[in-house]
Design a protein around this ligand. Structure first.
Ligand SMILES: Nc1nc2c(c(=O)[nH]1)N[C@@H](CN(C=O)c1ccc(C(=O)N[C@@H](CCC(=O)O)C(=O)O)cc1)CN2
Length: 298
């Protein structure tokens, strides 16, 4: 048996098309484009690539992109001051501070400064709380993207056993909340979980978000399970190569023979992150302007 590949790249493309069409309607109704401000502190090469990509895709969807780059030496006061300015700017619907931040900046304080209704990353504790109690807010992009892929593949998730490996605020915890909302039976496994392979083996749905290359092995997976790989890990380069291979948290070559469906890395969950960010920005714009967005349109 070879698992069906869940094509996140194609799904993300479809989502961006929908966002683009609805962004045009929004601009006509509101008399302005929806706007996303992205803040990058420092020169981390991967972050630079992601920020460039966010800017390009925002513009391609017919929304306004505002890019703010601060040096790695920027003070907390500089960064918080910029966020306050963006909070007050009516042309900005969504604000995102690219993570990770340089060590001298307090990530929690920075996120807490973003106005919750412009927090399109869904990282603010107000949005985490809204998600926990099932209120409308913003849901972090990567787990929401995973949920979209799961529902597209499986339809109704009700009653399924789901294991989320990893308990980060950005992926693991919100992923567990989303699956619980879909009436899954959810287990959050982590570095202290006893008999992790045994726990994972019970799951109809496995979401791996630990940041450890190829950790989840074929003999951990129940036959036919759906496996979502959130990991993006660069292996050391092979002799003669300048870059190492990109792999997920799942041993793809082994697991694909056991699973029913699996996301590849690259081309699985990663592209969904930015597509959902654009979706969240457009939702924010509708809320900020009091323009209705048809339920389930995005
Ligand atoms: N403020 C935020 N910071 C970070 C987030 C986030 O959601 N908000 N997520 C990640 C980085 N990220 C977006 O910011 C991101 C990661 C990966 C991809 C992606 O498309 N990956 C490709 C592979 C890319 C490659 O070749 O390196 C894939 O998986 O196919 C998009 C966005 C951390 N920071």
């Amino acid at each position: 048996m070879s698992a069906e590949l869940i094509d996140g790249k194609a799904f993300a493309e479809g989502l961006r098309e929908k966002v683009g069409a609805l962004a045009a309607t929004f601009a006509a109704k509101a008399g302005r484009k929806a706007g996303l401000a992205v803040v990058l502190v420092g020169e981390d090469p991967a972050s630079q690539v992601y920020v460039r990509s966010k800017g390009k895709q925002t513009v391609a969807c017919g929304m306004a992109s505002f890019e703010h780059k601060l040096p790695a030496t920027a003070s907390e006061a500089d960064l918080l001051g910029l966020i306050e300015q963006l909070n007050a700017d009516r042309s900005v619907d969504g604000i995102l501070v690219q993570l990770p931040l340089p060590d001298h900046l307090d990530e929690q304080k920075v996120i807490a400064t973003i106005a919750p209704d412009k927090d399109v990353d869904g990282f603010h504790i107000i949005n985490a709380g809204r998600l926990a109690v099932g209120q409308e807010g913003f849901v972090p992009c990567t787990p929401l993207g995973c949920l979209m892929l799961l529902k597209d593949r499986l339809g109704d998730l009700s009653g399924l056993d789901a294991v989320v490996i990893g308990r980060s605020n950005i992926v693991g915890k919100p992923m567990a909340q989303l699956l619980l909302q879909e009436s899954c039976t959810v287990t959050v496994a982590h570095s202290r979980t006893k008999d992790l392979p045994g726990v994972v083996r019970r799951a109809d749905i496995v979401v791996a978000a630990v940041g450890r290359p190829e950790m989840v092995k074929a003999d951990w997976i129940k036959l036919g399970a759906t496996v979502i790989d959130v990991g993006i890990n660069r292996l050391p380069p092979e002799p003669g190569a300048d870059k190492g291979r990109l792999v997920g948290d799942v041993d793809f070559a082994g697991v694909r023979d056991v699973a029913g469906a699996i996301t590849p890395v690259p081309g699985g969950v990663g592209p969904m992150t930015i597509a959902v960010l654009l979706r969240n920005t457009l939702v924010a714009a509708h809320r900020n302007e009091g323009v209705a967005l048809a339920a389930g349109a995005l």
